[in-house]
Design a protein around this ligand. Structure first.
Ligand SMILES: [Zn+2]
Ligand SMILES: [Zn+2]
Length: 321
C-alpha cells in the first residue's frame, strides 16, 4: 500500500496558536496539491464526455488537448517543485520539446501507416464488427480503451526490461538524469514507435471515448514523469501510476532495481502481475548516470555493433604492430 507523506508541523506539546494555524494551512495546501492529478483527470474526462461531436471530430482537438495538458504540467513544475535537482533548464526543455514534436509528427505517421492502417485492413477482411461497444456508457468505453492500451504497453515495457535487443531501444529513456513534465516522450524512436502499438483499432469504440483514453494516459503518465510534489490519495494511486511509482522505476540504484512498476498509466496492472514495488527515488539515471545527447539516444541500439567493430579494429591493430 502506498505510504502518504506524514503531515507537516509539530502537533504535540505547547505550540502558539499562530503556529497551529500555520500548520493547518500547510496541511490544507498539501492536501490540495495532492489532489491536482485526480482533479486534472476528472477535468479531461468531463471535457471529452461533454464535448459536442463537431469538436470531437475536428482534426486539431486531440492535439490541442494534449498540448494543453503538457503546458499545465510544465506550469505546475514551477509552482510546486518536487526536487531541486530535477529543475528544468533550457537544454532539457528544448530536448523534451524536440521529442514531443517528433511524437506528434514522425512517430504518429509511422503508427498510422505501419500499425493502425494494417489493423483496420485486417479488421475488415476478417469481418470483425463490434458496434455494441459504442453503445456502452462513455466512461466504461474510455476505461476499456485505456486498459487495452495499457495492458499492451505493460507487456511491451516488461519485455524491454527482459530481452536485451528490446532493452537497447528502451535504455535511452532510462538514461535521462531528471524527471520532468515532457520526459515521457524522450527515448529512442524505435521504442517510441513500439510503445504506441495497441489492438484498439480492431474494435468499434466511439471516437470521443478513444480520445478521452488517450488524454487520460497523457495526464497520468505526464504526472508520473513531472517534477511536481503531488502525492495523490489511494483512490487514485491504487489504479494510476504516480511520480513515486515511476521515479522508483527510473532509480539509479541498479538495472535490477528498475524491474518493477512497468505500468505507464495503470499501476494496478503491476499490482495484478506481481511487479508492483513501493517507494520512490530522487536520484534517477542508468549506469554511470551520464546524460545522453539526442545523437547518442538514436545510436544506442547500435552500441553492440559499434563496440564489436572497435574491438576487432583494436585487435588487428595490436596484431599488426
Ligand atoms: Zn523502463
Ligand atoms: Zn519514464
Amino acid at each position: 500500500m502506498d505510504q502518504q507523506p506524514a503531515s507537516s508541523g509539530p502537533m504535540t506539546g505547547e505550540a502558539p496558536s499562530g503556529a497551529l494555524a500555520g500548520s493547518g494551512r500547510s496541511d490544507l495546501k498539501t492536501t490540495l496539491v495532492n489532489l491536482i492529478p485526480p482533479v486534472t483527470l476528472a477535468a479531461v474526462i468531463a471535457f471529452w464526455g461533454l464535448a459536442p461531436e463537431r469538436l470531437v471530430e475536428a482534426p486539431w482537438t486531440l492535439t490541442i488537448v494534449g498540448v494543453a495538458i503538457m503546458a499545465w504540467l510544465q506550469g505546475l513544475e514551477f509552482l510546486f517543485e518536487r526536487h531541486e535537482g530535477w529543475r528544468i533548464n533550457g537544454r532539457e526543455f528544448l530536448t523534451d520539446v524536440f521529442y514531443v514534436v517528433l511524437t506528434y509528427t514522425v512517430i504518429a505517421w509511422c503508427t498510422n501507416t505501419l500499425a493502425e492502417a494494417p489493423l483496420h485492413a485486417i479488421k475488415h477482411s476478417l469481418g470483425i464488427s463490434t458496434p455494441w461497444l459504442a453503445q456502452l456508457p462513455f466512461l466504461v468505453q474510455a476505461a476499456i480503451v485505456l486498459f487495452l492500451v495499457e495492458f499492451g504497453q505493460y507487456w511491451m515495457h516488461r519485455a524491454m526490461h527482459n530481452w536485451f535487443p528490446l532493452w537497447l531501444t528502451h535504455a535511452p529513456h532510462h538514461h535521462i538524469t531528471q524527471l520532468n513534465a515532457l520526459k515521457g516522450a524522450v527515448g529512442n524512436p524505435l521504442e517510441l514507435f513500439l510503445i504506441t502499438l495497441s489492438v484498439v483499432s480492431l474494435f468499434d469504440f466511439s471516437t470521443a471515448a478513444i480520445f478521452c483514453a488517450v488524454s487520460m494516459g497523457g495526464v497520468i503518465s505526464g504526472f508520473a514523469h513531472a517534477n511536481v510534489r503531488s502525492d495523490p490519495p489511494l483512490f487514485y494511486s491504487f489504479f494510476c501510476t504516480t511520480i513515486r511509482h515511476h521515479s522508483l522505476h527510473h532509480t539509479a540504484l541498479s538495472y535490477e532495481d528498475t524491474r518493477c512498476n512497468y505500468g505507464n498509466s495503470l499501476i494496478v496492472i503491476d499490482r495484478m502481475f506481481g511487479t508492483y514495488r513501493e517507494g520512490e527515488s530522487a536520484i534517477v539515471g542508468q549506469d554511470d548516470r551520464k546524460r545522453l545527447s539526442i545523437r547518442e539516444q538514436w545510436m544506442f541500439p547500435l552500441q553492440p555493433l559499434i563496440k564489436g567493430y572497435k574491438a576487432r579494429r583494436d585487435r588487428s591493430a595490436a596484431a599488426a604492430g
